[in-house]
Design a protein. Sequence first.
Lengths: 96, 473
Amino acid sequence: MAEHGLVARLAALARLELDEAEAARLERDLGAILEHVERLRALPLAEVAATYWTAQAAQDMRPDESRPGLELDDALGCAAARSGRHLLVPGMREDQ
Amino acid sequence: MESLIEAAKRLATGETDSERLVREALDRVAEREEELHAFLTLLPETALADAQASDLRRRAGSPLGLFDGIPWAAKDNLLTEGVRTTAASRILGDYLPPYSSSAVLRLEERGGVLIGKTNLDEFAMGSSTEYSAFGPSRNPVDPSRVPGGSSGGSAVAVAAGMCHFALGSETGGSVRQPAAFCGVVGLKPSYGRVSRYGLIAFASSLDQIGTLTRDVGDAAAVLGAIAGEDPMDQTASTAPVPDYLAAVREGGRGLSFGVPGEYLAEGVAPEVRAEVERAAGLLERQGLTRRDVSLPHTGYALDAYYIIAPAEASSNLSRFDGMRYGPRAEAQELVDAYRRSRGQGFGPEVKRRILLGTYVLSAGYYDTYYLQAQRLRTLLREEFLRAFSQVDVLLTPTTPTTAFRLGENTQDPLAMYMADALTIPANLAGLPAISVPGQPIDGLPVGLQVMAPPLREDLMLRAAATLEEVASR
C-alpha cells in the first residue's frame, strides 16, 4: 500500500477527481508498482549519464518566421464553449 | 486474405479492382466485427468513393504505386482530418481533428483506401485492448482471449482479413505484442525513422508509429512509404530511406545473430523458449551465424519504463482538461471543471499512470526515480550497442507467453505490465524491432522478435524475411 493520503495529494496535483473506491484501489496499485521498481533505486548509477532522447539525427530548427497555421474555427471547433475568438471557461473564483 | 503486395499485383494486371477489394474487406468486417470489435469508426462510404476514384485513375492509364486502391486501417490515436478520432477515451468525445498525421497523409497521397479507425487501449496505455473506453477487442484465433495491445484493433483487423494492412503505434511494445498474439507481423521502426506528427502523444521520447501486416514483405513496403524526414517533426531522422523491399529479397544469409539469455529467463514460458531455440537452429541452417551475447540489465527495463512512460504521460495528458476538446463537466470554478472533466473522462489505467507519473516527477522523488530510470536507459542502450558490435541482429521471444484470457490481468497491473517485458528494451534504446509469427503453441500464435541497431531496419528485415520463410514451417 502507498502511504496514506499520497493518492489524494497526487490527484490534487494532477487535477484529477477520484471517488473513494478509485482512490482506495489506486493506493493499493501505486504501492505495488513502487515496491516493484524499488530494486532499480538500489543500482549504483550515480556516475552514469542520463539518456532522455534516442533521436539519431534531429533536424535543424526551421527559420523563426510566421507562416499560416490552423484557422481559428478549426482550432476552436471542438471546444466545449467559445466566445468569438476565445475559449470560454469557468471563472477562477466563484464571484467571477 | 492475400498480402498487400499480392493484391497490388492483381490490381496491376486487372485481375481485380479496388472497389472489389474494398467490398471484400467490408464484407469481412460485417461477418466478424460484432464478435471481434476491431474498429471504433468505419468509413464504408468514403472508402468506396476512394476505391472508385482509384479505379478511374487506373483505367485512365495513370502510373500508380503499390498502395493505390489498397484497403487499410489506422489506429484511432492517429489524427485523420475530419474523421472522428478518440484514442479510445471518453475525454476526447467525438473529436474531429483539423489535420491528419504525416503517416496517414503519406498513405493517402499514395492512393491507399482508409476503411476505418481501429480500437486500442485508452491513449495506447495497455497490453490487451481491455482498457478501451468503448469495450475490448477479441483475438480472432480464440475470441475468449485478448488480442494484445495497445494496437489490438489493428492486429485483429489484419489477422481477421478485414484490411490488407494497418498502422499502429508503439511506446513499449504496442505493435509487436498484439502482432505476436494474433499471428501477424508487427514492425516498430527506430525512434525517429517515422514522423510522429499527428500521433496523439503518450510518452514522446518512446512513441513511434509502426505497421501490422500479413508478412514481412508488406511490413517493408509500408515502412518505406511512411518513413523519412518531416518538417513537422523535429525528431524525425533526416537519414535516407533505404529500399526495404530489396532487403527482404536479399534475405538473411551471411548475417550473424545472438540470442541473449536474459530474454529466455524466468517468467518466459518453456514452450516459448523452446520455439526461440528451434528458430535459432533453423536460421543457422539457412546460413546465419549464431554468437553468444549478453544484455545484463534487461531485467530492469520494465522498471525504468514504468517510471519514464508515466512521467511523460502525466505531462502530455495535462492538455486534456475539457476546455479545448471533449465534454466539459459542470462546475462553477475553473479548477473544479478541470478535476471533474478529467475524473469523468479518463479510465482506470490512464488515471493510474497519470498519478504514477506525477509521483515520480514530484519534488524529492525526481532524482530517486526519474533520473535513475534515465541513467538505466543509458546502460541498456550501451549494452545493445556492444552486442551489435558482435552480431548483426538479436533473436528473442516477442512476449513471455501466448495470448491470455480476457479479464485475466485487469485486476493486477503488474501482471499486465509483464506482457511487455521483452518488447520494452527496444523502445528505451530507440532500436528497430519486428515480431514474426513462429510455430503456434497449443493452437495459439507466438511471436519471434528480431532487433537491430538504430536505423538498421534493412538488417532487421533481411533476418526477418529468412525467419518468416523457415519459422512457421
